[in-house]
Design a protein around this ligand. Structure first.
Ligand code: GUN
Length: 292
């Protein structure tokens, strides 16, 4: 079993990005600038956004964190997005999801300038991604492609089963892996909560992407020997023995599934850190797009 080490891989990617930033600075070019908007006080979301901002500092990017109160109206948030859209110093920005219930998420995403949409959530960018045209590929699927690539996991002709059809992970992952691309050319089955006989399907999989947000959902009796498993889940499960009062659990029963796996991602330290590295990569791409 080989652990797909997202922590180490993302550190390598960040080093590569930091070198490119130095290069830009040496040429008196603009320093990449990423902004993140967060509404409300959700603990997990705050942790993620802070990690994104910290990662910017480490690679030499400029960063701006915009914290808005839970009561922020849709109009106020749209206004904030407009300011970022027209600010020439901002190369890319993200609005951390989920948003409070009184704000229409789709409306917010649609308001982001597609050229600054480094999350790749705007319909224009999702459409380009689906057509295999150059665009910002969402950080989580992008990070999974990169991890498979750097560990030379063969995808061409393989049976891939994606569990979960979210707009952020499952859906784009199934599209990307079926495309004609370096990490792709797979035969993909997208499964979800209405899928019947899921176990029969996962038992045929060479590669499983678990992204349904149910802790330890994928068990050893659902996978064949020598499988590759990508665990996208990260749920906080209460654990009084831990300093923070919780532990992080993935969608995969790691201890039992890893025994049958050729390659598997840990949680934490697998997909999560890759996501942040790819967000930085997209921001750098935005700067390059402007210069081109
Ligand atoms: N919430 C969970 N994942 C993401 C992400 O990749 N981007 C944003 N903006 N919000 C998220």
């Amino acid at each position: 079993m080989i652990l797909l080490d997202g922590k180490k891989t993302s550190a390598n990617i960040k080093e590569e990005i930091a070198l490119e930033v130095l290069e830009l600075k040496n040429q008196d070019k603009k320093t990449p600038h990423l902004a993140a908007v967060i509404v409300g006080n959700d603990g997990a979301s705050l942790t993620y956004v802070n990690a994104k901002v910290k990662a910017c500092e480490r690679v030499g990017f400029e960063s701006t964190l915009i914290r808005l109160p839970e009561e922020t109206t849709e109009e106020e948030l749209l206004n904030e997005i407009n300011i970022l859209n027209v600010d020439n110093d901002i190369d890319g920005f993200i609005v951390q999801l989920p948003l409070p219930d009184h704000i229409d998420e789709q409306k917010i995403i649609m308001a982001i300038d597609p050229n600054k949409d480094v999350d790749g959530f705007h319909p224009t960018n999702v459409g380009k991604m689906a057509l295999n045209l150059p665009t910002f590929i969402s950080a989580t699927p992008f990070g999974i492609l990169e991890l498979l690539d750097r560990y030379n996991v063969e995808t061409s002709g393989k049976n891939v089963v994606v569990i979960g059809r979210s707009h952020i992970v499952g859906s784009p992952m199934s599209i990307l892996l079926s495309q004609k691309r370096k990490v792709g050319n797979a035969t993909v089955t997208l499964t979800h909560s209405r899928t019947q006989n899921l176990k029969e399907i996962t038992l045929q999989a060479d590669i499983i992407i678990a992204a349904i947000g149910i802790p330890e959902f994928l068990k050893a009796d659902m996978v064949k020997d020598n499988v590759t498993v990508i665990d996208v889940g990260i749920t906080r499960v209460a654990d009084p023995s831990k300093k923070r009062g919780f532990r992080l659990v993935g969608d995969v029963a790691f201890d039992e599934v890893s025994k049958k796996s050729d390659f598997i991602t840990p949680v934490p330290g697998g997909v999560g850190p890759m996501t942040i590295a790819m967000l930085l990569k997209n921001t750098l791409l935005s700067v390059k797009n402007k210069q081109a």
